[in-house]
Write a protein that binds this ligand. Sequence first.
Ligand SMILES: Nc1ncnc2c1ncn2[C@@H]1O[C@H](COP(=O)(O)OP(=O)(O)OP(=O)(O)O)[C@@H](O)[C@H]1O
Length: 262
Amino acid sequence: MISAHQVGLEIAGRQLLQDISLELRPAEIVTVIGPNGAGKTTLLRLLLGLTRPTSGEVERLPGLRLGYMPQRLQIDATMPMTVARFLQLGIEGVSVADALARVAAPHLAGSRLADLSGGEMQRVLLARAAARKPQLLVLDEPTQGVDLGGQSEVYQLIAQLRDELKCGVLLVSHDLHLVMAATDRVLCLNQHICCHGHPEQVSRDPAYLEMFGDKLAPYTHHHNHHHDIGGEIVDEDCNHDHDHAVTPPPSRTGTRNSGERN
Ligand SMILES: Nc1ncnc2c1ncn2[C@@H]1O[C@H](COP(=O)(O)OP(=O)(O)OP(=O)(O)O)[C@@H](O)[C@H]1O
């Protein structure tokens, strides 16, 4: 559905992303992980066409229907907009009842957007992203503001949406312990793609264990190279090439991409 070919983005002399090559295929859940400031949101924006790359190329299937859930939505507390109105804004013929049923939140239709809890807001954003029946659902940190118990529910919802809409899902997440169980492929990003693969294999791979340790441990990051504060690679022994063509392996039992470190 979307292919990136050696995509890079430089703004004001700073290289935010470099050498990103990947392909997103239908009905796959692909998760982008990486530390704060790694460029995850920027990558989503490039793939969606909201930002133009300064090098390389992004190709999208013509007419691709996209549903995008941004990382945050700034709501003016005085804005009287209801959830129902928000779901209908700019989307023709959307059924509010169906959209909210899809995220198990039918009771929220008449609520004011500004009054929603963190978890309720994430469900409403998810409902809106799914309302166009997208071929690709793009979710930027969908569990932000959701308590620990609610996070796995959000991931279950995402899996249900994928099954119902038969869409691909591209998501950014910091919830390693949850996404590793619920994703088909993981991309680890830090200005470039540091490693990628199927989670079942990657989580057993020494390279993954070296990077993240125990899955349930707090998020730590170790690579065979280091980045300076601006994200530049500073290790002299990081002499691998950064040509990262990330495509799905032929089967879930294959090992081609498992824990591959670039
Ligand atoms: N339009 C822009 N102009 C200049 N710098 C930008 C722009 N957009 C993003 N950046 C910078 O690029 C870096 C990556 O930002 P991005 O939001 O993509 O990171 P992220 O991986 O999503 O981080 P987080 O996990 O904290 O959400 C940040 O240092 C950010 O300040």
